[in-house]
Design a protein around this ligand. Structure first.
Ligand SMILES: Cc1cc2nc3c(=O)[nH]c(=O)nc-3n(C[C@H](O)[C@H](O)[C@H](O)COP(=O)(O)OP(=O)(O)OC[C@H]3O[C@@H](n4cnc5c(N)ncnc54)[C@H](O)[C@@H]3O)c2cc1C
Length: 278
């Protein structure tokens, strides 16, 4: 099943091939299917929209026959019927096998995507909206010319992206990464050819997005003379780190990428509704 929704992006039908825990807080879901052979992910923090069925549905309900108007048609459907739409990162891509891996955080606040991942079984169908041709628009990690080092700041939702970025970086690139995770068991190997120093921050029972990363950065040495900084995770954390890097450290904002991946107390639907009225 393949329907063009735009020249460069389209829906890819996929099925769960396997699931396995990654540390204490994430579950890796491997998706496969012939249609994924046409997925042209760019690596790094390549993100996609996943469309997931509700419990009891055989397949995600997305009006892809509406072509480029699919979004308006999807929004017009009953939220209890239309597929759950959520943003995720491609942690790994194996084009030769038409497979991709997505690491889902199993967060305590529930949410339909985290619940779906918790019960996912081989054969379960999803739709993945992503690039059908090489296209960098959904890859935010874009180091500018002249950057001599990379700073990565992430919580667990952006840990898959950190892994993808470290996979992609050229050999010898100086990198400092700060990654906040819920538990020590979430610390994972991050293979890379870059010259990377990774600092793991285990927050334990503390709520996410409460200042651990920003406070740690205040006391930290940044890499290089003209580093490129990439910061992603809970929106409050991203804001605090942005204030520190740009406001207090004076980093040129053209050398910084900030991405709020989620916000405490708001579902992705709430965030889309806010963005639509802004
Ligand atoms: C570009 C991009 C890439 C992303 N990549 C990934 C990824 O690879 N892996 C990943 O796990 N997430 C990723 N996210 C974040 C993910 O989309 C959100 O966490 C999403 O809200 C999860 O959907 P849900 O249905 O589980 O919860 P929702 O229904 O959206 O939210 C329900 C409640 O749970 C809370 N909540 C949402 N996420 C978390 C969390 N992580 N911890 C605690 N509470 C939470 C919300 O604040 C809300 O109160 C990414 C987001 C973006 C924008």
């Amino acid at each position: 099943m393949t329907t063009a929704v735009a020249l460069r992006y389209r829906f890819h039908a996929a099925r769960v091939v396997a699931t396995r825990p990654v540390g204490a807080s994430l579950v890796r879901v491997t998706f496969g299917g012939d249609d994924l052979a046409g997925f042209a992910g760019g690596g790094r923090d390549q993100s996609v929209s996943l469309f997931l069925p509700h419990p009891g549905q055989d397949a995600p309900v997305v009006p892809i026959a509406a072509g480029e108007d699919w979004y308006a048609a999807w929004r017009a459907l009953d939220p209890a019927v239309r597929a759950v739409m959520r943003s995720y990162t491609i942690r790994a891509q194996r084009p030769d096998r038409a497979e991709v891996d997505v690491d889902f955080v199993r967060h305590g606040d529930g949410g339909p995507a985290t619940r779906w991942a918790g019960r996912a079984c081989p054969g379960d169908p999803v739709l993945l909206l992503g690039p059908a041709v090489a296209d960098d628009r959904s890859v935010r990690f874009q180091p500018p010319a002249g950057a001599d080092a990379v700073l990565l700041v992430a919580d667990e939702t952006a840990l898959p992206a950190v892994g993808g970025i470290l996979d992609w970086l050229p050999a010898g690139t100086p990198v400092r990464a700060f990654v906040e995770v819920p538990a020590a068991a979430d610390i994972q190997p991050l293979p890379t050819a870059a010259r990377a120093e990774v600092t793991w921050l285990v927050r334990g029972g503390t709520a996410p997005g409460t200042g651990l990363l920003a406070d740690t950065l205040r006391a930290a040495r940044l890499p290089g003379a003209t580093p490129y900084a990439w910061v992603a995770g809970e929106a409050g954390m991203v804001r605090a780190v942005r204030r520190h890097l740009v406001g207090e450290r004076g980093l040129d904002r053209r050398r910084v990428t900030f991405a709020g991946y989620w916000r405490r107390g708001a579902s992705e639907e709430d965030l889309r509704a806010e963005a639509a009225t802004a």
